[in-house]
Design a protein around this ligand. Structure first.
Ligand code: ARG
Length: 464
């Protein structure tokens, strides 16, 4: 007859197809060490509370530690035929230590077990993602420090708008990744504040368990206050997937710019040969595949977030098997973000910056027109009037196929007597950038300050 735990209640074996359909071991085996850690904490608590004997408790803990080692040393393989990782570990324990193993599941259920394992697992995944984010932010600070004077056009509507520096542009992304890191940290903090272990199947347990003890041992702040909630929400997965989605939004926008910047139309940067690919037919091609793939992979992560939201939205309390679908989605989001962050950072670190082309692009497109208007404001004119006059000057330049820097002073004077010879200095792109010294502006000293502040943040995180 069936070797299923629940065989007593059933008169038939489960159909093989249903077994395969139900099984989650192929993906929840990722949580094996968290499952063992959760079981160790539970067994220790059961012993301390005299729910099982101290001897049984010790035997279980020793047995679980041996299984842990065996897995680490690759002496034990996870059985892909098992239903899930929780069943596998319990069965393996009982196979090794006999009767004591059968007592491990006292006062718990797979429902509180899986809710705990998943939190623990995501906690370590997010620690790793945080390290990758730190590396990316550090790389951005390193590159920026060499480019606080590298002038490039800043864009709005992808039209040249005002002069900025390459460092200013890169540090904008650094700020986004700083927020991403803190956002992920907030989600993790909330996730780890309440431990679901001890919620049982849904209603708690008749045994005198000590939920404070297991929560503390596993690194949570306290036990969750409602057992139904403990086993049935996956809001922490949604929050993490949301934070991961935003990382991908930022990486994807950045990728788009990298792709533009290495095109012949821009040629602001050149990717290292090791981080670009060729074409099978066009011998001249050097393609930014890494950036394109990162942009493309953002779709997967948004899809994962959507999956999690949709899985949860109509579920009655408490646990439903639908929730087993949470893991593949959130694991895929985690894996994708890790992969993208790693490769993207390496690509950035090895790219070459083509300062000259940026400077050439900045010289075209009247990106100092605002500075021309600001010059008149400096001489006492109202901004709207100054704006109108500058517009007319730009129109003249377009007509004579010249630019503001080369327009003769008489033409300026025809528009306003306030113009003097110092207008040319005011239009100089270096001056334009240096004068944007408002907090957070393009001026080299402002951007330097920004990189210093971001570096300090990186140091603070290390101490946390
Ligand atoms: N593999 C299951 C999951 O991931 C574990 C919980 C099973 N609980 C149950 N009541 N069948 O959701």
């Amino acid at each position: 007859m069936s070797d299923k735990l629940w065989a007593g209640r059933f008169s038939k074996e489960t159909d093989k197809e249903v077994d395969a359909f139900n099984s989650s071991i192929s993906f929840d085996k990722k949580m094996v060490y968290e499952d063992i850690a959760g079981s160790i904490a539970h067994a220790r608590m059961l012993g301390k509370q005299s729910i099982i004997s101290e001897t049984d408790s010790k035997e279980i803990i020793d047995g679980l530690e041996i299984i842990w080692q065996a897995l680490k040393n690759k002496e034990l393989k996870i059985d892909d035929e098992a239903e899930d990782i929780h069943m596998f570990i319990e069965a393996e324990l009982t196979r090794r230590i006999g009767d004591a193993g059968k007592k491990l599941h006292t006062a718990r259920s797979r429902n509180d077990q899986v809710a705990t394992d998943l939190r623990l697992h995501l906690n370590s995944c997010c620690l790793f993602i945080n390290l990758l984010l730190s590396e990316l932010i550090k790389a951005l600070c390193d590159i920026s420090e060499n480019h606080t004077e590298t002038i490039m056009p800043g864009y709005t509507h992808l039209q040249r708008a005002q002069p900025i520096t390459f460092a200013h542009h890169l540090m904008a992304y650094a700020q986004m990744f700083v927020r991403d890191k803190e956002r992920l940290g907030d989600a993790v903090k909330r996730m780890m504040s309440e431990c679901p272990l001890g919620s049982g199947a849904l209603a708690g347990t008749t045994f005198p368990i000590d939920r404070e003890a297991t929560a503390k041992e596993l690194g949570f702040l306290k036990p969750c206050a409602n057992s139904l909630d403990g086993v049935s929400d996956r809001d922490f997965c949604v929050e993490i997937a949301g934070a991961l989605s935003l990382i991908m939004v930022h990486l994807s926008r950045f990728s788009e710019e990298i792709i533009l910047w290495c095109s012949w139309e821009f040629k602001f940067i050149e990717l290292d040969d090791a981080y670009a690919t060729g074409s099978s037919i066009m011998p001249q091609k050097k393609n930014p595949d890494v950036a394109e793939l990162v942009r493309g992979k953002s779709a997967r992560v948004f899809g994962d977030l959507q999956t999690l939201l949709t899985v949860m939205k109509g579920l009655p309390l408490a646990y439903n098997k639908d929730m087993q679908e949470d893991k593949e989605a959130i694991f895929d989001a985690v894996d994708t973000v890790c992969l993208c962050l790693r490769t993207f950072t390496l690509m950035l670190k090895t790219m070459t910056v083509n300062k000259e082309n940026m400077r050439v692009a900045a010289a075209k497109g009247f990106i100092n027109a605002t500075d021309c208007a600001d010059y008149l404001v400096g001489k006492g004119m109202a901004f709207r009037d100054a704006y109108k006059i500058t517009g007319e000057l730009v129109a003249r330049c377009v007509k004579y196929n010249t630019d503001l820097e080369n327009l003769p002073i008489e033409k300026y004077k025809q528009e306003s007597e306030l113009f003097g010879g110092d207008i040319y200095e005011a239009l100089n792109l270096e001056t334009c950038v240096a004068k944007r010294s408002s907090y957070g502006g393009s001026a080299p000293e402002q951007v330097r300050k920004q990189t210093e502040m971001v570096r300090e943040r990186l140091e603070q995180w290390k101490k946390q």
